[in-house]
Design a protein around this ligand. Structure first.
Ligand code: PRE
Length: 449
């Protein structure tokens, strides 16, 4: 069966978006493959191992997902956008059962999720440290495995999967928070009603060049729905411009504008012409309450404000859209349920199905191990950096603090026991870490006081 990749681990918004995409029924015969990074998703499509990949492109509060844009501009220049969908994103504060908001000392999540909830965190958890993780689902898994007063920002699905409770619901600052996902493949989409085209171009470093390039679209009456710049990575001050416009690349005015742009000597990379998932969803509404940039960025509304909050602009999730496609109602994450799978997560959560779920296979488990390993490396680097700072506060020659070492080992043992792992094993790991910490501090020589 052909495969479609997405950024895992399971429980991420990308997974929910993929379930939505598959449930919408355009592509029934694609096997979802969870991958540890956006780079892996795009590389898999590029190498032909995946028929397609689903990735986030931009968020209504935080703007572009720079990694996706940069990969499309610089590394995977043979990939095209085939489909887009704009879906609401609701974040929840998750913690182990029994925790209270007041007790939370550290909040873990993907940097975009942390940024989208920053107002809430400042107001309700001003003293809590933030810790970035590779995904919201990874944050939930880390909170579940830790004995510390930590919380994760993530989905209800992740809470269910990890046995966490929802401490606070919908903590995203912008109630109409929405993310635009795209499906990428090696060919672009067919012409059709409601098409959009995305492209990247660069201009020569001369006065008026950008103005003249944009005029090619204006004079042909082409509506630009997004324009954004990113560093060209050649030298400081040089930029690439990312543009979305209404129309297919084979529509006469669009074709002419693209030819004119190319003739100006502008570097041009076509990212594809594609339709939003829900056809005929209408055009972008005017600005209202909520997050303006999401609308400007190609949100299409079915006319309903949608259930995600006042002034929401997510076309495919408007109730009208759901009725039209016959998709079931939204679930607790503000997403439509994926196609009903007997004995699937919904049944298990509801206690309906007692039958053992079929576990993931070897490649999937290894991919998940890779994602955990990446997290571990990040955490170890963080520990080394902290240890180095501690070393600078100490006097040269007075680095070791045996009482503290014992405490660190005792805690590690306790956490291990609570998580059902042999304490001795975890203590050995921490003895190694402490030995390495002492080496780091020895090398930096302690404070010169
Ligand atoms: O807490 C400190 O004082 C540290 O330097 C860190 C650390 C550790 O790795 O946890 C390292 C060496 C000390 O002997 C005790 C603990």
């Amino acid at each position: 069966m052909a495969k479609i990749g997405y950024l895992g681990p399971p429980g991420t918004f990308s997974e929910l978006a993929l379930q939505y995409y598959l449930a919408a029924g355009e592509q029934r015969d694609l096997e979802p493959v969870c991958l540890p990074s956006l780079d892996d998703v795009l590389a898999g499509v590029d190498r032909g191992e995946l028929a397609a990949g689903l990735v986030p492109l931009e968020n209504s509060s935080e703007g572009a997902v720079n990694r996706t844009q940069d990969l499309l501009a610089h590394r995977f220049t043979g990939l095209f956008i085939q489909k887009e969908m704009v879906l609401p994103v609701e974040h929840h504060l998750l913690a182990r059962p029994g925790m209270t908001v007041a007790a939370v000392r550290r909040v873990l999540s993907h940097p975009q999720a942390l940024a989208q909830c920053r107002g809430y965190l400042r107001r309700l958890l001003p003293g809590a440290l933030e810790m970035e993780t590779a995904s919201t689902a990874a944050a939930a898994a880390m909170v579940a495995a830790s004995g510390e007063p930590w919380a994760a920002i993530g989905t209800r699905a992740a809470a269910r999967a990890c046995g966490l409770s929802v401490l606070a619901e919908k903590i995203n600052d912008c109630q109409s928070n929405a993310t635009r996902f795209v499906v990428l493949g090696r060919q672009d989409g067919e012409p059709g009603a409601g098409c959009k085209t995305s492209l990247i171009f660069s201009v020569a470093d001369r006065p008026g060049e950008l103005y003249s390039a944009l005029a090619e679209f204006a004079r042909r009456g082409i509506n630009l729905t997004r324009i954004e710049s990113r560093p060209a990575r050649s030298r400081l001050g040089e930029y690439l411009f990312f543009i979305d416009l209404a129309g297919h690349r084979q529509d006469a005015p669009v074709k002419e504008a693209l030819q004119a742009l190319a003739a100006r000597g502008a570097g041009l990379r076509l990212l594809g012409s594609y339709r939003p998932l829900e056809e005929g969803a209408g055009k972008a509404p005017g600005r209202g309450a909520g997050c303006g940039p999401g609308r400007a960025a190609g949100c299409r509304s079915g006319g309903s404000s949608g259930p995600g909050g006042e002034g929401c602009c997510f076309a495919v999730n408007s109730q009208a859209g759901l009725e039209k496609t016959g998709l079931p109602e939204r679930n607790g994450d503000g997403w439509p349920h994926p196609a009903y799978v007997p004995g699937g997560e919904a049944d298990r959560a509801a206690g309906v199905c007692r039958q053992e779920p079929v576990g993931p296979g070897l490649p999937e488990l290894r991919r998940q191990i890779d994602a955990v390993d990446a997290q571990l490396v990040d955490l170890l680097v963080q520990r080394m950096q902290l240890v180095e700072q501690v070393g600078r506060l100490k006097q040269a020659g007075r680095i070791r603090d045996y009482a503290r070492e014992e405490e660190v080992l005792r805690r590690a043992g306790e956490h291990a026991r609570a998580a059902g792992v042999r304490p001795e094993l975890m203590k050995q790991v921490f003895q190694l870490l402490i030995r390495q910490a002492v080496e780091i501090q020895d090398k930096s020589g302690g404070a010169q006081v």
